[in-house]
Design a protein around this ligand. Structure first.
Ligand code: UDP
Length: 328
């Protein structure tokens, strides 16, 4: 299949591009390289452009004629979204709707969309099922929810079919293909703690130890990037097979506290380092853990990495090999 991958130079998108290649798909990457890395794209053709510019994406769709699209490109940082809500509430929906329009105009009907557990806000029940209320507490989650609502409306009117995957915390590295997480600046927990273990940062930081959890630190569901991309492939097959549009959680169903993640990095790296506690980060719900029952039954998906040390180990290997990331 001809598959357009927006954000294919980014952390998750680049792993997806390799996986699509190895499954014999014909891939085109569309990325603005604002956060992605050219070298992470590998051999795949890359078109540089802005999704917020309808002409850029229309031109690419008209010449590539994709049969399906995986849409990773977005602003995706909770704390940045709190500081700059307009950037998120404008660019994420506008970019996605431009993409939907360009896809439909060239006859492409299948879309796998990267959504987020941030659409739930502070859930009433954990593990979170897809019918939990959606009341995001940050603009990032609100922007993704808006897109899901637009896609649902388009699907209802027969314009396209989509699978929206509500990611929990993507983590780890694709060691086989030498692809990992490199954000500038890095805000995510696992790479930041690993940087402390490597001596690149003076200490690891825990944002808040007064949450209503077992040790006072936030609980998250960490899902390995390779497992996450496998779910996208299954979603593509599902859509190709004529499946109805779906919204699915994508997490392991296991929660780990920030302190447990820090301990895991200490075990895996066999390094000790300083850990500092700072105040809570705005926009962070205390506990986000997926119920993964629906995705297991609808897509026959199951994660291979369920243990936090296994996930952290792949990240540790990649960061040890690439202390400066992709170096671009
Ligand atoms: N976190 C932390 N220290 C850091 C980075 C993150 O304590 O250096 C916490 C953050 O407050 C959240 C969890 O780790 O509770 C996961 O944050 P991350 O940014 O990795 O992902 P998010 O949940 O925001 O998507």
């Amino acid at each position: 299949m001809r598959v357009l991958v927006t954000g294919g130079a980014g952390y998750i998108g680049s792993v997806m591009v390799r996986m699509l290649h190895s499954h014999e798909h014909d891939v085109l990457v569309f990325d603005n390289l604002s956060k992605g890395h050219r070298s992470a794209v590998g051999e795949a053709p890359l078109e540089i452009g802005e999704l917020t510019n309808l002409e850029d994406i229309t031109r690419v769709c008209e010449s590539f004629l994709p049969e399906a699209c995986m849409h990773f490109a977005a602003h995706s940082l909770v704390d940045e979204s709190v500081r700059d809500p307009l950037k998120y509430m404008r660019d994420n929906p506008v970019g996605s709707l431009n993409l939907a329009r360009a896809l439909c105009e060239c006859g492409c009907r299948y879309l796998v969309f990267s959504s987020t557990c941030a659409v739930y806000g502070v859930p009433e029940k954990v593990p979170i099922t897809e019918d939990e209320k959606t009341e995001p507490i940050n603009p990032y989650g609100a922007s993704k929810l808006l897109i899901e609502q637009a896609l649902s409306e388009l699907a209802k009117r027969g314009v396209l079919s989509f699978v929206s995957l509500r990611y929990f915390n993507a983590a780890g590295a694709d060691v086989e293909n030498d692809l990992g997480e490199d954000h500038q600046p890095e805000t995510h927990l696992i790479p930041r703690v690993i940087k402390a273990a490597l001596g690149i940062e003076q200490s690891a930081v825990i944002y808040g130890n007064d949450y209503p959890t077992s040790d006072g630190t936030c609980v998250r569901d960490y899902i390995h990037v390779v497992d996450l991309c496998k779910a996208h492939l299954l979603a593509l097959d599902y859509l190709k097979g004529g499946g109805d549009s779906l919204i699915l959680n994508l997490g392991n169903g296991n929660g780990f506290t920030v302190k447990e993640v820090v301990d895991s990095v200490k075990r895996v790296s066999k390094k000790d380092f300083q850990v500092r506690v700072e105040s809570r980060r705005e926009g962070d719900p205390p506990i986000l853990v997926a119920s993964s029952e629906k995705i297991r039954s609808k897509l026959k998906w199951a994660p291979s990495y369920t243990d936090i040390d296994q996930i952290v180990e792949t990240a540790w290997i990649w960061h040890s090999r690439h202390p400066e990331g992709y170096g671009d």
